[in-house]
Ligand binder design. Structure first.
Ligand SMILES: *Cc1c(COP(=O)(O)O)cnc(C)c1O
Length: 351
């Protein structure tokens, strides 16, 4: 037999990064938006797609989409950049500012993908464990200053804990060094304050956002970054040619035309989030972490993995985060019906 190809050292020690995608009554494990897209969105998108010259490469500078984002955010177009989901934005940022011989600071517990992308781009990791309420405090800032990091990740509101990071902490991280401070604001539309106003004074801050959560467009794969023009110029050096398809650019533009309608639906999700928080708080032995996002992290009284299975048996899929937060489960704020199913199943399993 011929020898099989030998991959990069360590590659086969890691598995693919996935969350289960199961057909269940209540899929509450990936923080998607449960609301339908705004009325007229699909027709507008279909019209836009019909007009696309798909025999040509798309606009590699994504001008129309970046202009629309600049108009919506009030940020100069030179500091706006888009890609296939914020995950690709984060990858491009690490390709430009991380890499071999470079180091990224992580405040744990946080979004698992940050660590994963460091591995992918061969960026060394320095980590600091935060205790509840998981805020980046003076000690954490002092640690970052001595960590030798070239990149620092902040996630606010933080996934999976739901808390917001103080703007002052982000400012201190950015002024304390020339590291690139990446602020992942995937959930900012649900609560908390944006770090965007800091960018004007701190060109080493990159605010990263997504259409996957509040815009209800996880399937379209669109993310963007708001930073200084220098950072965007550096991303131009690492991007693939024409990385964002004409179809995706059209979807992003159409979504921005309907952005106000999409935002109007978010109150309903916050209401469900707060209902989950209240219901969980009333159960003996449950620890609930206050959330400003569209999900709630909690620790059940018994074994979280057993509860996870019990919920799944009843058609409710939540996120098992026991690898990240001891005995932690995370539930997405879905529709009223989905949340009812979750609370009913929870009561049955815990009884
Ligand atoms: C869901 C999520 C994202 C979104 O990634 P996309 O690639 O834009 O879908 C980014 N960051 C965090 C912290 C998330 O939870």
């Amino acid at each position: 037999m011929n020898p099989s190809a030998s991959p990069r050292p360590g590659l086969r020690e890691v598995g693919p990064y996935d969350s289960p995608q199961l057909e269940v009554a209540a899929r509450l494990n990936t923080n998607e938006c449960p609301l339908p897209l705004p009325v007229g969105f699909s027709d507008d998108l279909a019209d836009a797609v019909r007009e696309l010259p798909l025999n040509r490469y798309p606009d590699g500078q994504m001008r129309a989409l970046r202009e629309a984002l600049a108009a919506r955010t009030g940020h100069g177009i030179g500091g706006v950049w888009t890609a296939n989901g914020s995950n690709e934005i984060l990858t491009q940022l690490l390709m430009a500012y991380g890499g071999t011989g470079r180091r990224a600071a992580l405040f744990e517990p946080t979004y698992l993908l940050h660590r994963r992308l460091c591995w992918l781009t061969q960026t060394e990791i320095a980590e600091h464990l935060l205790d509840p309420p998981f805020e980046i405090d003076d000690g954490a800032i002092a640690w970052a200053g001595t960590s030798g990091a070239d990149v620092a990740f902040v996630c606010s509101p933080n996934n999976p804990t739901g808390n917001v990071q103080p703007i002052d902490a982000i400012r201190s991280l950015a002024s304390g060094s020339d590291a690139l401070v990446i602020v992942d604001e995937a959930y900012v539309e649900f609560g908390g304050e944006t770090a965007l106003p800091l960018v004007a004074e701190h060109p080493n801050i990159a605010v990263v956002r997504t259409f996957s959560k509040a815009f209800a467009l996880a399937g379209a794969r669109i993310g963007y970054v708001l930073s200084s023009p220098e950072v965007v110029e550096d991303l131009q050096r690492v991007r693939l040619p024409y990385h964002l398809s004409a179809l995706t650019q059209a979807a992003g533009l159409t979504a921005l035309r309907h952005a106000d309608e999409a935002a109007a639906g978010l109150d309903a999700i916050r209401t469900e989030r707060d209902r989950i928080d209240r219901a969980l708080s009333q159960i003996d032995g449950v620890t609930v972490f206050p959330s400003q996002a569209n999900f709630v992290l909690f620790q059940p009284p018994g074994d979280a993995k057993e509860l996870w299975h019990g919920l799944l048996d009843r058609g409710v899929l939540v996120r098992d985060l026991t690898d990240v937060v001891p005995n932690g489960l995370r539930v997405t704020a879905g529709t009223t019906h989905e949340v009812d199913l979750f609370l009913k199943a929870l009561e049955e399993v815990l009884r």
